[in-house]
Design a protein around this ligand. Sequence first.
Ligand code: FE
Ligand code: CA
Length: 531
Amino acid sequence: MDRRLLLKQTLAVASGAFSLAGAWAGRGALGYPFGLGVASGAPHETGMVLWTRLTARALPSPLEQVAVRWEVGKDPGFSSLAASGTTMAMPDLGHAVHVEVQGLSPGRWYFYRFMVGDAVSDIGRTRTAPPADALPARLRFAFASCQRWEHGYYTAWRDLVEKMPDLVVFLGDYIYEYASPRNPQTPLVRSHGLRHAVSLADYRDRYALHKSDADLRAAHQACPWIATWDDHEVENDYAGERGQAEPTAFAAQRVAAYQAFYENMPLPASALVRGLQGLGSQGAVRVHTRHAFGRLARFHLLDTRQFRDVQACRDGVGGAGGTGSGGRGTVRAADCPALDAPGRTLLGEDQERWVADGLAEDGRDGRVRWSILAQQTLFSPRHYGGTHASNPPVPTDTWDGYPAARQRMRAAIQAAAPRNAVFVGGDIHQNYVCDVHAGDAPGTARIATEFCGTSITSQSGASPTRLASLQQQNPHIVFANSEKRGYALVELTPRGWDTQLRAVDEIDNPSSAVSTLAKFSLEDGRPGVER
Ligand code: FE
Ligand code: CA
């Protein structure tokens, strides 16, 4: 490849002038193969996963495997290498590369890059976790979710890069499967020409679309991520093996979507260990994992999609009043007795046991300071009073739709008694800060705290008035805001936890200011936010 051309393309990528048309397979001359960027993830004491995906368009023969060299440097100039090697990018996995680096030193930063022929990728910055028995002085992590392309610019990611966190926790809706609406109710900030995703090619294109955004690529370059998914990585409101298409077609769609998620995220190969075709309780892709930062913090990253029971009264099953898939997602409690069925699960039996066991490990001798339940959606209840008090609407897709499962999770926390349990979530496109109580009745003990973050871009339908009245009915909801997009930045130490809700002023302005909407502190050993 012409070196001057390569330099020009590298600079174009760095300056954000990269064009979407060059991001995925198809037409045109050979080009730069690293246009989708680089990423790292799943950091542990002595290594992490390094990721890139070659653009087939840039490859001389797109159907063949390609040798990719990778390097981990102790400095950004790569004058001293800590590890290096060659791996194969396979066409069957969309020329994705997942390198599992081993043998690094605990608790330090590294730099990495990839090479194919003369082409060199952007440089990513990543880090290892501190030693398992250490109690580090601090951890700074961000959590985020829901980045619908049409709803805004990724200014939140730009701000996050400036804050230089140690870790990003991504909680789902990395992509949305929809085509751009033709007659949107509110004007779109940007649009795309992709069709509603169902096939592997569709989902691959969708990730390429998102990764054509320079701010998102920069967020991956800035630090390691741990990532789970929600519904839109496959289809709105799907539940386990149940989607909108008939079962065989939906199974194929889910396999395609799961494969594309794996191909585009810095997940270890062990995530695929059961094979993509695996269905049922064993699952197909293993997303629920634990990630420790010494004894300071342990993340229990959950998967509330793959193993869940179907929403109560979806399509009218289990009572009257189901809204079906793609409906409003609420039922009237009295019309839907199935809501309260004791066996209904959001995590699946195996994952429920796995969380309970993990929390018990954390709680043993107060080993882990902060146990973080990183999951998709709002855990805390939203009770609707007033005119609705006699037959209140209940959201069916969040933990509210799985009350028995929520109660089992509360019981697991109480039994394990971890030193501090904190939920972080997303999905609802609104900021919520909540005290988590042992039961639904007011006055039960506080056992944990919840921060449900807003979206990177995705719009919220809730009005401020509705939220204000909801807060009045629900004293455990300390803060609720539906108006701002952004992410949450957390700084934690052995003694305390600070959450800053970062908010983008104008989602349709790529150079918008980003500011702190609110700040909340937790104290070690005291569940609930300080007032
Ligand atoms: Fe979302
Ligand atoms: Ca949904």
